[in-house]
Write a protein that binds this ligand. Structure first.
Ligand code: BES
Ligand code: MN
Ligand code: ZN
Length: 497
């Protein structure tokens, strides 16, 4: 039996996800195993658009089986004791990168029991490789194998055929790093909160930093106290597990652009004294999804040796109710001096992010990208899959575009002038919630905007829905942790380098 960890990192986590094993090869091997053949839907039914793998007579067999070539359709055909798996890409004119990536993801999820297979890359090397790695991911945590270890646990090896060139190898390497970084974020988010708490998470982040070639500093609760990080402390103080702030840096020689990254790292969000209802509270293990994306993205920047300086700040805290927890009505002082009235302890993400954004802004980065599972209102406004993107207008629109270009749905949203007034408090500079049932995602964005330095181009990506899939698997997106928005950030860093 042969299994592969979904990422190359060696980490002190209790369990890791697994995925398919890919190999880049210059031509179809003499013994290719299962042939993975792309098919499309034409005016007169199913079509086989490319002939990289032996396909004579295949069309007739597929027609007999009723295959249509529609997007996401997977059809197994046995031919002379060898297997062909046809995967549908839909209408030929509608095919783009993410269609290919999604269909490769569906294909990957259907490969249980297949030991060896070969796929050609006429529809793009990058989306095929990414879709297979992302869709092939599975996380079974601490589940015991049971009495009859099923052969599904054997990992599939896939030959990915592409021309033997420098550019193909580079494209493949970029695809693998983008996918593995996404899977790293999934592993972090999928880890239960009894294993992943601020101190242990900071340790794992340090391991990732060491293995990617990043500088790392971990600041403990004493440092946070001495240096005025009132937001992180206020959220962390209800927990027996004290908070942390982690700083990671990728500082390549000669880089003239600096990008700061900030990610929400609430290792579990009970709501605190403003306690959440019990039903579905377990989903709040995903409340460190923003931090996981930021850590994974900066590790990708290092592995890809991007020529841009990246400084990541991740505030880590567990939001718990207890005798030492913050109360509604408390007034705190954020890093940098802005005071805030906590009216709802469940609006904790903005409190830890405010400190981290203020600290990141002190170094005057050219760009600041912050991401968080920040509001339930994001799900109300945009649904489960589409991130809300706020910030300085031009950069906001660019990042939303980048998200869509890599298949991570994202939509630009405004910061509203009329909500400025709702930020006011009788006893502090601002308050952490407003008195309205409307525009909750935008209000949170406005709160954060107060901590960004004047000339910084910045963006806030609310991924409350997109980071955690409570519905069924689709395309290359599994249940539970999705790894969003890792690929958006990696692509943004690549374009800024
Ligand atoms: N972590 C939650 C937001 C969230 C909700 C993420 C659902 C993923 C799925 C956040 O800390 C929170 O509790 N937000 C509150 C804010 C409210 C008290 C103003 C919310 O959205 O209800
Ligand atoms: Mn909360
Ligand atoms: Zn939260």
């Amino acid at each position: 039996m042969f299994t592969v960890k979904a990422t190359p990192f060696d980490l002190s986590l209790p369990a890791r996800g697994e995925t398919l094993h890919l190999e880049l090869v210059p031509s179809v091997p003499t013994d290719p195993g299962v042939a993975l053949v792309p098919v499309t839907r034409g005016d007169d039914g199913i079509e086989i658009p490319v002939t990289g793998l032996a396909t004579e007579g295949l069309l007739e067999s597929l027609e007999v089986l009723g295959a249509t070539g529609k997007e996401g359709e997977v059809t197994r055909v046995l031919r002379d004791a060898t297997m062909v798996i046809a995967f549908g890409l839909g209408d030929a004119e509608e095919i783009d990168e993410d269609v290919v990536r999604r269909c490769a993801g569906v294909l990957a999820r259907s490969l249980t029991g297949v030991e060896r297979a070969t796929v050609t890359t006429e529809f793009g090397l990058r989306p095929i490789a990414e879709g297979l790695l992302l869709g092939g991911y599975s996380f079974t945590g601490l589940k015991n194998p049971g009495e009859n270890p099923r052969d599904e646990t054997a990992t599939t090896r896939i030959n990915v055929v592409a021309e033997d060139s420098e550019s193909a190898r580079a494209e493949y390497a970029r695809a693998v790093v983008a996918a593995e970084s996404t899977l790293l974020a999934r592993d972090l988010v999928n880890t239960p909160a009894n294993f992943l708490y601020p101190e242990s998470y900071a340790e794992v982040i340090s391991e990732i930093a060491g293995q990617s070639g990043l500088k790392v500093e971990v600041f403990d609760e004493n440092y946070l106290e001495e240096n005025g990080f009132g937001g992180i402390l206020a959220v962390g103080k209800g927990s027996a597990r004290p908070p942390r702030l982690v700083h990671l840096a990728w500082e390549p020689a000669g880089a003239d652009t600096t990008v700061a990254l900030v990610g929400k790292g609430i290792t579990f969000d009970t709501g605190g004294i403003s306690l959440k209802p019990a039903s579905n509270m377990e989903d709040m293990i995903s409340d460190m999804g923003g931090s996981a994306a930021v850590v994974a993205a900066i590790s990708a920047a290092a592995r890809l040796e991007l020529g841009v300086r990246v400084e990541a700040w991740v505030p880590l805290a567990e939001n718990m109710p207890s005798g030492t927890a913050s109360h509604p009505g408390d007034v705190i002082t954020h890093y940098g001096g802005i005071t805030s009235e906590i009216l709802n302890t469940d609006a904790e993400g903005r409190l830890v992010l405010a400190d981290a954004i203020a600290r990141a802004s002190e170094d005057e980065p050219d760009y600041l990208i912050e991401t968080a599972t920040l509001t339930g209102a994001q799900l109300v406004a945009l649904g489960n899959r589409t991130a809300g993107v706020m910030g300085s207008e031009e950069f906001r629109d660019r990042v939303a575009d980048i998200g869509r270009s890599v298949g991570e749905a994202a939509w630009a949203m405004p910061l509203l002038e009329e909500q400025e007034e709702e930020l006011t408090s009788p006893v502090a500079d601002i308050r952490n919630v407003h008195n309205a049932r409307t525009g909750g995602m935008l209000f949170a964005g406005l709160y954060l905007s107060r901590f960004v330095a004047e000339d910084t181009q910045w963006v806030h990506i609310d991924v409350a829905g997109p980071a955690w899939n409570t519905k069924g698997a689709w395309g290359y997106t599994p249940k539970r942790a999705t790894g969003a928005p890792v690929r958006t950030i990696v692509e943004a860093l690549t374009r800024l380098a």
